[in-house]
Design a protein around this ligand. Structure first.
Ligand SMILES: *Cc1c(COP(=O)(O)O)cnc(C)c1O
Length: 234
């Protein structure tokens, strides 16, 4: 089933690329495997998936231990500062940095490991109260502060768009965050690049790609519905 789902997602990505004149290799598909057991991830792995997204630190670390070492693990969920230390060296990219305090902790832990941690700044582009992430105005301020940290490297922006039935409703939000990333890029801040735009989920990844996404995070569309009763505690 996962193989068929991945085939369909891949076709959709290609369609969106063609529609918007983009190359398929500009887009990284992240298979969001939260709550899903390792055998299902292995199925995706043998189909060629090397990027997995998780939203809980403990769950990511458990899966990291048992799975192949050529996997890039993406932390896409809200992150508490006291958990950062478990992630460094295991996650390839933290998508969900939304405060100075969190960035400071990442700086501290990455320094301890003598490495540079790649991160994205999470933007609450629709300014939903229920969502994490910064407003557009707050983003540029945080970017400038984090740019000074030697062990943290900003690679772009991430957003979780509103849940909508018609994905077209999110197009203006995707357009807005793309513009924000261009504006930040134009400031030419040292130690900051805006090459990554992590946006688009099962319901709206095609629209996100048309509007400039370079990473799409697809869970349900690959692994099926999640059963939160079985979720690993964090
Ligand atoms: C769960 C999750 C996804 C995947 O959602 P689907 O709708 O299942 O594709 C993407 N991004 C984040 C941040 C998530 O928490």
């Amino acid at each position: 089933m996962i193989k068929e789902n991945l085939y369909e997602v891949e076709q959709n990505i290609r369609t969106a690329c063609e529609k918007s004149g983009r190359n398929r290799d500009e887009i990284t598909l992240i298979a969001v495997s939260k709550t899903k057991p390792v055998p299902l991830l292995e199925e995706a792995y043998i189909t060629g998936i090397r990027n997995f997204g998780e939203n809980k630190v403990q769950e990511m670390c458990d899966k990291y231990e048992v799975m192949e070492k050529d996997i890039c693990w993406h932390m896409i969920g809200h992150l508490q500062t006291n958990k950062v230390k478990y992630l460094i060296g295991k996650t390839a990219l933290i998508h969900s940095v939304d405060s100075y305090k969190l960035a400071c902790e990442i700086e501290k832990q990455a320094a301890k490991h003598n490495c540079v941690m790649d991160i994205l700044i999470e933007v609450n582009i629709a300014e939903e109260e229920s969502k994490f992430g910064l407003s557009e105005e707050e983003v540029i301020h945080l970017v400038k502060e984090v740019a000074k940290m030697p062990h943290v490297r900003i690679k772009g922006l991430m957003t979780v768009a509103p849940y909508v039935v018609d994905s077209e409703e999110n197009r203006p939000f995707f357009r807005k965050i793309k513009q924000l990333s261009v504006d930040i890029d134009n400031e030419n801040i040292d130690n900051v690049s805006m090459n990554i735009l992590s946006m688009g989920m099962t319901g709206d990844y095609m629209v996100a790609i048309e509007e400039g996404a370079t990473m799409v995070r697809v869970g349900t569309g690959i692994f099926g519905e999640r059963d939160y009763n079985k979720q690993v505690e964090n």
